[in-house]
Design a protein around this ligand. Structure first.
Ligand code: GRG
Length: 300
């Protein structure tokens, strides 16, 4: 349950508090016992920082809905492990071929390609081990939430979107195809934390559908923003390579729509996300999610 001091905390304090919980819990769930190369490589990428926005979205949505308890952190950390595996694999030479991630050399640059493939596999398996351990037969919502996360990460979500992305190098996508790809590749794993928290909170149908639409909009906004940042920031500002989309002949919101139109689309998508939150503001404290959404427009 939220305490008075939680409600009075600034956005930054609350984000820092969620992040700290996640940073403390991740080493526990990834396991500290093994010192094999694959475990070191997995830990190198998992503990390299990152915004932790997916587990923060999960914990914040749970907070909004009054869900607390020990089952939250396994879900939050499982989601972050899946995300980190996807980054390790995405950075491989056979995929997006990147040298820099989270401000440091990518996993395969430090541990070699084979070990980076295995580190990603290790994190994905550990994520599902963590989610399975959190399933409580007396509380079927735990199974439902875990299944939702699995779907979001799989062929009709992130992996499916990545496959479309891979086929699209030097083959321009239409605007509709681009949107579909991003909803799957990036959007699915950003809306899943919101939707999983809603399931675990047992929220009613109305709240559930509003927050689900919020999650989908924030997922899309995140990708449009990523395309804009790739085109406008330097590598040191990004903590990863910049200008790669253009170099690789990739269709992005900037290459298909132009920078100005992409910025307009980001604004509209953020408005759609905040519009959903506004529908809940009389019954729930959505201020943290509201600020997080607005910051997508202004922060890199
Ligand atoms: C390899 C199966 C597989 C999937 C990869 C998500 C993804 C699919 C690739 C990442 C490509 C990319 C840069 C997409 C743009 C949006 C995005 C997911 C950015 C990285 O996420 P952040 O900004 O990163 O949350 P941090 O480091 O803060 O966690």
């Amino acid at each position: 349950m939220e305490t008075k001091s939680d409600r009075q905390a600034t956005y930054e304090e609350r984000y820092a508090r969620y992040k700290e919980q996640i940073e403390k819990a991740l080493p526990f769930f990834i396991g500290t016992e093994g010192a094999s190369d694959v475990e070191k490589a997995a830990r190198y990428s998992l503990m390299a920082g990152g915004k932790r926005i997916r587990p923060v979205l999960f914990l914040a949505t749970a907070d909004v809905l009054g869900r607390t308890g020990p089952l939250l952190l396994p879900f939050a950390c499982g989601i972050e492990m899946i995300h980190t595996y996807s980054l390790i694999h995405d950075d491989l030479p056979c995929m997006d071929d990147d040298d820099l991630r989270r401000g440091r050399p990518t996993c395969h640059k430090v541990y070699g390609e084979g070990m980076a493939v295995l580190a990603g596999d290790f994190l994905l398996n550990r994520a599902f081990e963590t989610l399975l351990d959190a399933i409580d037969p007396a509380f079927p919502e735990t199974l439902k939430a875990a299944r939702l996360i699995a779907r979001a990460a799989g062929g009709s979500g992130m992996i499916g979107g990545q496959a479309i992305d891979l086929m699209a190098v030097h083959h321009p996508l239409s605007k509709e195809e681009l949107e579909r790809m991003h909803k799957m590749k990036t959007g699915a794993l950003l809306s899943a934390p919101v939707e999983a928290a809603v399931i675990l909170s047992g929220a009613g149908e109305d709240v559930s559908s509003v927050l689900s639409d919020f999650g989908k909009a924030i997922g899309l906004a995140f990708q449009i923003r990523d395309d804009i940042l790739d085109a406008t920031l330097t590598a040191s500002e990004l903590g990863k390579s910049a200008g790669k989309d253009d170099r690789d002949g990739k269709s992005t919101y900037v290459t298909l729509f132009g920078l100005k139109e992409a910025q307009k689309k980001l604004r509209e998508t953020i408005d759609a996300a905040t519009g959903q939150l506004l529908r809940l503001k009389d019954e729930l404290d959505v201020s943290f999610l509201m600020t997080l959404t607005h910051r997508l427009m202004t922060e890199s």
